[in-house]
Design a protein around this ligand. Structure first.
Ligand code: ARG
Length: 498
């Protein structure tokens, strides 16, 4: 806990004007150029500047500055008069940025200096008091955390939206049979609804990773100053609260030095993007003409400039590819951070490009996937025909032998294998074999066994918890519909998302 705040109405502690007057030689940096005789080399300015990237943090930067300013006033470190003029100046800056009138300047390095320099132009030397008990190091850590927190919140919402579309498909296709694959070889029949729900489960774990990361992130670095904390009697709880953090960070060195919150965002995002790429790949396969398992409308396909018959699933292919950028961004930041001594190093300015890039790709990929899942129509006849292909009910025959004539499973597997061989030699499916065909393989087989060779029987029998039986799929659909409806109500209650 910081020293308790003093009475807000009390006169301000006389604080030194933190920002030196603009030095005589205008080419030296007005923020830190006190001991510098001249300005930076052109290439130094180019490598050092980050405004082209971090102007994206402007809203978070202004929020952090407002919270800091109010706290300084309440703590008696800044006079109410100066505090008010700073807050008014920040409002003007916000309007300028929103209306595209703000002059972002590379010679003013980053978002923090751009805001402060403009504030100085607007309100004069009082602007220099805003940086009391603060450094760009705790400022940027705070801004960036706020940004990543909002990005995590957007991911959670989009994941729920994706789940809603997947569950809608599952509800419509709880008993649409399709082949299930292992090794991309026909394995056993499953239902399309069951397949959709597999992705709902993955998305739910992604969402829970998002929520975990958010909870861990939510400590406020502001007030850690450059690295050691500050001698001013600040109230870190107040700024943390105003910015929606659960508490202030407990170690000033850690607070300015780590970017693990961004790494977590990127790792969670990488796993999520990997999941999206798998569904994307399946959509690509399913849309291909040998499969024809699903169709996407004109809204999510493109034509070929040379082959008139083509309908290409470009959006799915691009979602499949985006994982490259996202995992690349994760690697990029991980390598930037590796081996950095405490506390802040300028290396860390390289945290934002990969994070922003990954966020843009990830959100676009999610939006495209939400759209595609809603858009796609399973082709029931093709799915049914393929479901019965590849002798997909061979396991059902083996199971029947175990259950009805008490054959050991290994032996049953062998008998069913011989039935497959017979069907294969004749060029027919298992369900096309007659009773006498089966009895030629195993004399104890009865007419009852023929039933289990149908695809519908096969899926209906998979009633174990988590199995593909339409009854189980409907149960899970109902569970997910209830979960998502409750989530929607919670979101409405807090006013987030419609
Ligand atoms: N633009 C910098 C960044 O993004 C802000 C912090 C700079 N701090 C410093 N001491 N040079 O990391």
């Amino acid at each position: 806990m910081d020293t308790p705040s003093t009475d807000p109405a009390a006169p301000a502690v006389a604080a030194p004007n933190h920002l030196p007057e603009i030095p005589g030689d205008r080419s030296a940096n007005p923020f830190w150029g006190g001991r510098f005789a001249r300005g930076p080399a052109e290439v130094m300015e180019r490598i050092n500047t980050s405004i082209d990237v971090d102007s994206r943090l402007y809203a978070e930067d202004l929020a952090g500055s407002r919270a800091h300013c109010r706290m300084l006033v309440v703590a008696g470190i800044l006079s109410r008069e100066d505090g008010d003029s700073i807050l008014r100046g920040l409002d003007v800056i916000e309007a300028e940025i929103r209306e595209g009138r703000f002059d972002f300047r590379r010679d003013r390095e980053d978002i923090h200096f751009n805001v402060e320099a403009r504030l100085t132009e607007l309100i004069g030397p009082a602007a220099g008091r805003l940086h009391t008990a603060r450094s760009r190091n705790d400022q940027v850590a705070t801004d960036f955390k706020l940004w990543v927190r909002t990005a995590l919140d957007r991911l959670a919402l989009k994941l729920s939206a994706l789940q809603a579309e997947l569950v809608a498909q599952a509800a419509a296709h709880a008993d649409t049979v399709m082949p299930g694959f292992t090794h991309l070889q026909t394995a056993q029949p499953v239902t399309f609804g069951h397949h959709m729900l597999a992705y709902v489960e993955m998305a739910e774990r992604d969402r829970s990773r998002v929520l975990d990361a958010r909870a861990r992130l939510n400590e406020c670095p502001l007030g850690s100053a450059a690295l050691a904390g500050t001698s001013f009697p600040i109230d870190r709880d107040a700024t943390a609260r105003e910015l929606g953090f659960d508490r202030p960070t407990a170690n000033s060195l850690d607070a300015v030095a780590d970017r693990d919150f961004a790494l977590e965002y990127l790792s969670v995002g990488s796993i999520l993007a990997m999941h999206l790429s798998r569904l994307a790949e399946e959509i690509v396969i399913w849309c291909s003409s040998p499969f024809r398992f699903v169709t996407l409308t004109d809204a999510f396909t493109t034509g070929s400039s040379i082959m008139p018959q083509k309908r290409n699933p470009d959006a799915a292919e691009l979602v499949r590819a985006k994982v490259g950028r996202i995992v690349g961004s994760f690697n990029s930041l991980l390598l930037v951070m590796k081996g950095l001594p405490l506390a802040y190093s300028k290396d860390m300015q390289e945290d934002k490009p990969p994070t922003f890039e990954a966020a843009d790709s990830l959100e676009l990929a999610l939006d495209a996937m939400i759209g595609m899942v809603a858009d796609m129509t399973p082709n029931k006849p093709a799915l049914r025909a393929a479901a019965g292909g590849g002798f997909s009910t061979a396991t059902d025959l083996a199971d029947w032998l175990v259950i009805h004539i008490n054959m050991p499973f290994r032996q049953a597997h062998h008998v069913a294998g011989r039935a497959v061989k017979l069907a294969e030699d004749r060029g027919v499916g298992l369900e096309d074999l007659t009773l006498s065909d089966l009895q030629a393989v195993e004399p104890k087989v009865t007419a009852e066994a023929l039933k289990v060779l149908s695809v519908d029987f096969s899926v209906a029998s998979r009633t174990s918890y988590g199995g593909t039986a339409p009854s189980r799929v409907r149960e899970q659909v109902a569970r997910w519909q209830a979960v998502l409806a409750a989530r929607g109500r919670d979101l409405q209650a807090v006013g987030a998302g419609a």
